[in-house]
Design a protein around this ligand. Structure first.
Ligand code: FES
Length: 114
């Protein structure tokens, strides 16, 4: 995946409140921000098993568990830890700046027609 060269502010740390998850949309993209310890990670809110949303999942020890069939993913790498999913989640680079959560979003590559 090719990422944009510019960071996009998609949330503030205070938006999390007491939750450890925050859902954000950017165009067609649905991004799940997850707080694990002092770190914020960004993943696509789509389980790689059957494409169901992960935002109802449980975060524990740096992993998120899909609420549908129990696949578990490492939040930092997106790697599938336990099935039934076998493919990794898409992750997005995150930077924190003065309480803002900044993400590198995919670069929209428009192919020109013939
Ligand atoms: S849709 Fe996530 S484990 Fe099946």
């Amino acid at each position: 995946m090719v990422f944009s060269k510019e960071w996009t502010q998609i949330a503030m740390l205070t938006d999390f409140g007491a939750s450890n998850k925050l859902l954000r949309k950017s165009g067609d993209l649905c991004i799940l921000l997850c707080r694990t310890g002092q770190e914020i990670v960004a993943i696509q809110n789509v389980c790689t098993h059957l494409g169901k949303p992960l935002d109802g999942g449980r975060i524990m020890a740096g992993h998120i568990t899909c609420p549908f069939h129990g696949a578990s993913f490492d939040l930092r790498s997106g790697r599938a830890i336990s099935g039934p999913a076998v493919s990794s989640l898409q992750t997005y680079p995150v930077q924190l700046s003065n309480g803002d959560v900044l993400v590198l979003l995919p670069q929209q590559v428009k192919e020109s027609g013939p």
